[in-house]
Design a protein around this ligand. Sequence first.
Ligand SMILES: Cc1cc2nc3c(=O)[nH]c(=O)nc-3n(C[C@H](O)[C@H](O)[C@H](O)COP(=O)(O)OP(=O)(O)OC[C@H]3O[C@@H](n4cnc5c(N)ncnc54)[C@H](O)[C@@H]3O)c2cc1C
Length: 505
Amino acid sequence: MNYFGLFRAIVCVYDTSMKHVDVIIIGAGIIGCAAARELSRYQISVAVLEKEYDTGFGTSSRNSGVVHSGIHYRSGTLRAIHAVRGNHMMQQLCEQLQVPFKPTGKLTVAFDRSQCEELKVLKAQGEANGVPGLEIIDVERMQRLQPGISGIQALYSPSTAIISPYELTIACAESAHHNGVEFHFGHTVSAIDRAEDGFIVHDAEGLCPIHAAIVINAAGLYADSIAQMAGIQGITIYPCKGEYYVLDKRLGDQLDVLIYPVPGHHSSGLGIHLTQTVDGNILIGPSTAYSDSKEHTGTTSEILRALRAAGHTLLPTLSEGDFIRTFAGLRPKLNPPEVGGFGDFILEDHDRFILLAGIESPGLTAAPSLALEIVALVRSHLSLVEKQHWSGTLPARERFLELPLDRQQQLVEQDPDHGSIVCRCEGITKAEVLQAVDRIIGPVTYTGIKLRCRSMMGRCQGGFCIPRIAQLLEEERGITMDQQQLKGPGSPMYHRHLRPEESTS
Ligand SMILES: Cc1cc2nc3c(=O)[nH]c(=O)nc-3n(C[C@H](O)[C@H](O)[C@H](O)COP(=O)(O)OP(=O)(O)OC[C@H]3O[C@@H](n4cnc5c(N)ncnc54)[C@H](O)[C@@H]3O)c2cc1C
């Protein structure tokens, strides 16, 4: 049953006995979902507990979506090892899961002589890490790769690519779910007791506790609280905000390669850069500012002004109307503000409690590799026997707007819903919206629909399609307007058929 209010019935509301699984994963971000997919190959029971009402509502959908090459990380660190191995694995994983993957390459650009020296250091570090094909290139070659680019020299890393971070997270979750992993949304882990042969995990919502032989802490920004619940002290996560502008698709073809500055020595980010998205937008950002809140992902006028200025410098043809929306993500940093820079990832086995902490950038890139490492740790406690019928691929998904005309006609003849456009900006059809609704593992929300089919992501930000989606949900899936939520219970889209801000009562 896939609508609001009933999702908790999935598991245990009527079950008074304690549930047991072999492995609990806390957190359905890219790390939790990639680990869940890898573990789903084996004959063990796995449950993912997630406080939000979908996968990827945390940092995993709020980043640049870059598959980093591995040049930026000190050799021998977990960040270096897993970035390089994750980069190698990413294209095949995306092909298996039908997630768009675009090899773009990246230019790290020097603007003065001292930065040219930095490029040599980065190149040597990248080569020591095993990054293939690195070259320091001159202005002429830079211009050929990206006409109009400024700077005097650049480090070219051809193995850098871009992906859709939320599509990858969702697809890993779907693949895991198809292979038997249970997902429990709206399940905020609030206490963990050590028990004989494992742990008893409790939740703040008062659902039934679950016993597990192994617990994996993939809670991102809250990895410190979860570690404390398991008796592990000394981990503190400092949220550090990165704000972005999203530019209109009109400009998408102006950027052929990703452009990064040379990062400062004590910088806590990689500097404000220009990145394409796989959907053809350009991102400007992210900024770097430590924050007091692990929840607040709002943007700030001061930083947005700075991003606009940086955007005009990097792409002088930009006009005011090209900045279409903003968003921000929070880096789960281990280093406090007074130290800055980057800590290494933590991946440790504390007697069956597997702790991941400080999984900031390049965590998205590293996820497939970290998932293999997590499986290796689980294997040291449980016997992992492969399933006979594991399937690691997902069915192909067609984007109507990108199909040749004859295929579009064929689809419309098969089902007229393919001929009805719901989201004008992104060209998303009624059939695609309904497919997105039916793919959602947990409760249906507007954010869940948006992340799955891109409706509401275009210039008008849902002004045109939200009323149509509301009607579709009511008429086609029986979810009345009063039940429709933005991102889960407590975030109603409508009150008596009015959007909350329009409602007078
Ligand atoms: C601005 C920015 C830019 C970045 N750019 C890149 C990039 O280009 N390339 C790259 O490789 N990486 C990048 N990263 C890093 C990458 O986004 C992260 O490393 C990755 O998303 C971390 O995934 P995660 O699963 O650990 O965390 P999350 O996605 O945050 O998932 C953790 C999940 O745990 C859940 N949770 C927390 N507490 C509880 C609880 N008590 N009970 C149940 N569930 C709980 C949360 O709701 C959340 O869904 C960037 C990060 C930021 C912030």
